[in-house]
Design a protein around this ligand. Structure first.
Ligand SMILES: *Cc1c(COP(=O)(O)O)cnc(C)c1O
Length: 360
C-alpha cells in the first residue's frame, strides 16, 4: 500500500475496502451496463441502491419508523438556515455556541427570528463544553441547538444538555456513526457526510416525523422545506446519486465491522493511544479540557509556531498528511474518524516520539 495516512478533518479518509469496491464497479455496476454515475435516479438499479442505503443506515443507527431519513444537498451549512425555516414557529430558538460551526448556525438563525446564545465557551477559545445541566432555556424556544462534536476545536458533548423539555437539534457532522445513537433524544440530528461517512456533497438529516408539517416560515424555498424531500423519498430533484451509493457502501462496511458499539470501542482505543502520548509528552500538548475531549478530532500544539510548522512538514514527508490545525486556531489537528486504522494512529505517535527526541 503506497497510500498515506490522511488525518484531514474533511473531506476525509474512507475505508480502503470501500474505495476498492467502488473502483471495481466504476465502469459497470451490477449487470446494468453502466456506471452508477450514468444511471437515472428513477431507475430500478438506483432505487435499490438508495433503499438499501437507507435501510442499512436505519439498522446501524437504530432509527425507528417515526423518524424520516433524508439525503440532502447544500452541505451542513444549508441546514443552518433550513432548521429555523422549518422549526421556528415562535421565531425563538436557543443556541449553545461551542465553536465556529455552532456560531455560524446561531448567526444564520438570527436572520429568521430571535436566536438566543444561552451558553458559550468562546471565552477560552472553545476549549471546553460549558455546563449545560441547568441553562436558562427560553420559555417560547422552538428548539435548543448544539454542535455535538466541534471539529475545529476537538471538543465533544459527552452528556447532552438538559433542554427542559424543548426539542434538541444537533449537528453531528464530525461524529456521525462514531458511536451508538439514541435518536429519541433528538428532534433533528443531521450531519454532512464528508467527515465520517462518505464523499463530500451530501447531508443526512434524521427528522422526527411530527416536525415535518410543511408549515414553514413564509418565503421558504420549496427545496428547503423538509416536507418536499420527505414526501419524495429524497428524490424531489436529482439527488447526489454517487454519494448515496458510496455512503451505502460505508454503511455495509460499518455493519461488517460489527456496528456502532464496535466502532465506539475502536475509536476509544485509537484516541487513547494519542491522548496518552500527549499527556506524557514534554513537547506536545493537547489544547482541550480533558473531560470534553473528542474521539474524532485531536488538536495539539508544541507551543512554538515554527516548531509546529516543522512538524507538519516533516510528518507529511513521512506519509502522515493533513495534520495542520484549522486556520483559526493554528497548531496541529489529527482527525481520526471511523475509517482511520489503528495503525495510522500508531504511526503518528511513533513519528511524534521521534520528533520529540530530535527537537527537545
Ligand atoms: C464541516 C462541518 C460543517 C460544514 O459542513 P459543509 O458541508 O461544508 O457545509 C458544519 N458543522 C460541522 C460540525 C462540521 O464539522
Amino acid at each position: 500500500m503506497s497510500k498515506v495516512y490522511n488525518f484531514s478533518a474533511g473531506p476525509a479518509t474512507l475505508p480502503e475496502e470501500v474505495l476498492k469496491e467502488a473502483q471495481m464497479e466504476l465502469l459497470e455496476y451490477g449487470g446494468s451496463g453502466m456506471s452508477v454515475m450514468e444511471m437515472s435516479h428513477r431507475s430500478g438499479s438506483f432505487k435499490k441502491i438508495i433503499d438499501e442505503a437507507e435501510a442499512d443506515f436505519r439498522e446501524l443507527a437504530g432509527i425507528p419508523e417515526h423518524y424520516k431519513v433524508l439525503f440532502l444537498q447544500g452541505g451542513a451549512s444549508l441546514q443552518f438556515a433550513m432548521i429555523p425555516m422549518n422549526l421556528m414557529k415562535n421565531r425563538v430558538a436557543d443556541y449553545i455556541v461551542t465553536g465556529q460551526w455552532a456560531k455560524k448556525a446561531y448567526q444564520e438563525a438570527a436572520k429568521y427570528g430571535k436566536a438566543n446564545k444561552i451558553a458559550s465557551s468562546e471565552d477560552k477559545t472553545f476549549s471546553y463544553i460549558p455546563d449545560c445541566s441547568d441553562l436558562q432555556i427560553s420559555k417560547d424556544a422552538d428548539y435548543v441547538y448544539i454542535c455535538e462534536n466541534n471539529t475545529i476545536y476537538g471538543t465533544k458533548f459527552h452528556k447532552l444538555p438538559d433542554t427542559k423539555g424543548k426539542l434538541l437539534v444537533s449537528d453531528v457532522s464530525s461524529c456521525f456513526l462514531s458511536e451508538p445513537i439514541d435518536i429519541e433524544k433528538y428532534g433533528i440530528m443531521y450531519g454532512g457526510v464528508q467527515k465520517n461517512i462518505g464523499p463530500a456533497g451530501m447531508v443526512i438529516a434524521v427528522v422526527r416525523e411530527d416536525l415535518i408539517t410543511g408549515d414553514v416560515l413564509e418565503g421558504t424555498p420549496t427545496m428547503m422545506n423538509y416536507k418536499t424531500h420527505a414526501d419524495a423519498g429524497s428524490m424531489y430533484n436529482t439527488p447526489n446519486t454517487y454519494c448515496i451509493y458510496m455512503c451505502g457502501k460505508v454503511f455495509k462496511w460499518l455493519k461488517k465491522m460489527g456496528g456502532l458499539e464496535v466502532m465506539k470501542a475502536r475509536n476509544e482505543e485509537k484516541a487513547k493511544i494519542l491522548y496518552d502520548f500527549l499527556d506524557a509528552s514534554s513537547l506536545f500538548q493537547g489544547t482541550v479540557v480533558k473531560e470534553d475531549r473528542s474521539l474524532m478530532n485531536v488538536p495539539f500544539i508544541t507551543g512554538n509556531e515554527e516548531l509546529d510548522a516543522k512538524f507538519v512538514k516533516e510528518a507529511a514527508a513521512a506519509g502522515l498528511v493533513n495534520l495542520k490545525g484549522h486556520r483559526s486556531v493554528g497548531g496541529m489537528r489529527a482527525s481520526i474518524y471511523n475509517a482511520m486504522p489503528k495503525a495510522g494512529v500508531e504511526a503518528l505517535v511513533a513519528f511524534m516520539t521521534q520528533f520529540e527526541k530530535e527537537n527537545r
